[in-house]
Design a protein around this ligand. Structure first.
Ligand code: GDD
Ligand code: MN
Length: 363
């Protein structure tokens, strides 16, 4: 049996036309059910589904009263589905129901693990209404996900997979919009096939893809990178942050020395400044809109935690310039040596902390 999961938030006007189109294409294709997962839209969606159900149409609705979110809604639908095949699609008819039989045939014929209704394979397209901004946005989003997934249209919301593959996935913990990305990284799907679809503009209601969703996407990406690449992902993030700190540190050192400060004093201040700076990129990467802790307290903890690394940095730089004649003539290199020592100490500390955390939990 096929279970079609349709997440909805304020899509009352789309229920009937969507169900009508699905029925028309699945009429002669055996058993199926349509499962709406609605986040308490309170716009008449429930009543519409109930009415269809009374008329004998295989539909039902799950209403979540205390939760919002596209991916978690899909997850809930997948978990409660009765079919051995799971398909998910948008309610607004952007995903043409007429493509479903082709997706089912492809899955069966190719014995595939995952079939995606894709905009970005030959034959796929997007209706004209997409402005340059939405197109660019979509391209950048896909490009950022490239190392994570082989799916060309990893942002798609139209895909089909056998229930047994979904059941094998561990640690599913999606946030935001991109359930397919989560599934393709964590479901161990070996054979993935993309079939072209014509992505249509919605006719009724409004898109819920907000700026907040885009921030959530970045957070989701970070989680998946950490999940897939573990140590290496943390190392790259650490190097990016540390790299920016090195620039701040060296610039400040030059400036302060040019202003007449001694090396020891200038380097001490520069190290402190670089630490104060690194808080922000760190904060950004660990950014979690779901956690609201006061920034001031986080700042304090961050500076305290970095104190040992910063101290080691400064002591080594000053020790080298005072203890050796060579470094006395190459003070910048002494500063760099200090920075390197501080970085190693900080990384060891932060990766120990990272490794202790269960996968998916936030920094
Ligand atoms: N239950 C629930 N909860 N459903 C939601 C929520 C939510 O918080 N937010 C959105 N939905 C439902 C909508 O009602 C619709 O059926 C579907 O999810 C897609 O939402 P849209 O608001 O229409 O999103 P979109 O058109 O901007 O995004 C679609 O295209 C993107 C590709 O550009 C989705 O398919 C995305 O997954 C896809 O990445
Ligand atoms: Mn849409």
């Amino acid at each position: 049996m096929l279970s079609i999961i349709v997440p909805t938030y304020r899509e009352a006007d789309n229920i009937l036309p969507l169900v009508t189109r699905i029925r028309a294409v699945l009429e002669r294709r055996g058993d199926y059910e349509i499962v709406f997962v609605d986040d308490n839209s309170a716009d008449g969606t429930e009543a519409k589904v109930d009415e269809l159900q009374r008329a004998g149409v295989p539909v039902r609705i799950i209403v979540r009263r205390n939760e919002r979110g596209l991916s978690t809604a899909i997850l809930r639908g997948f978990r409660e589905a009765r079919g051995d095949l799971l398909l998910c699609m948008d309610a607004d008819m952007s995903h043409p129901p007429e493509a479903i039989p082709g997706m089912l045939d492809t899955l069966a014929r190719e014995n595939a693990d995952l079939v995606v209704g894709s905009r970005y394979v030959p034959g796929g397209s997007i209706e004209e209404g997409w402005g340059f901004y939405r197109w660019l946005n979509s391209q950048v989003a896909l490009w950022l996900a490239r190392p994570l997934s082989r799916v060309r249209d990893s942002g798609a919301g139209f895909f089909l997979l056998p229930q047994r593959l979904f059941a094998q996935a561990t640690d599913l913990n999606p946030i935001g919009y991109k359930m397919l990305l989560e599934v393709s990284v964590k479901c161990r799907c070996r054979k993935v096939i993309e079939v072209p679809i014509q992505f249509a503009d919605r006719k009724f209601g409004q898109s819920k893809l907000s700026f907040r969703e885009q921030l959530l996407y970045l957070l989701h990406l970070k989680r998946l990178y950490d999940y897939k690449f573990g140590f290496w992902s943390r190392l790259v993030q650490f190097c990016m942050i540390e790299g920016s700190g090195v620039v701040v540190n060296l610039l400040a050192l030059q400036g302060l020395q040019a202003g007449g400060l001694s090396f020891a004093l200038a380097d001490g201040l520069a190290v402190g400044l670089a630490m104060a700076w690194s808080f922000w990129p760190n904060h950004l990467l660990a950014f979690d809109p779901l956690v609201r802790a006061p920034v001031g307290a986080q700042y304090g903890r961050f500076m305290l935690a970095g104190f040992i690394g910063g101290m080691a940095n400064w002591l080594l730089a000053v020790g080298l310039t005072h203890g050796t004649t060579w470094f006395a003539g190459h003070t910048n290199l002494a500063a760099v040596a200090g920075i390197a020592l501080g970085a190693v100490i900080n990384f060891a500390r932060s990766s120990r902390r990272g490794a202790r955390r269960p996968v998916g939990e936030q920094v």
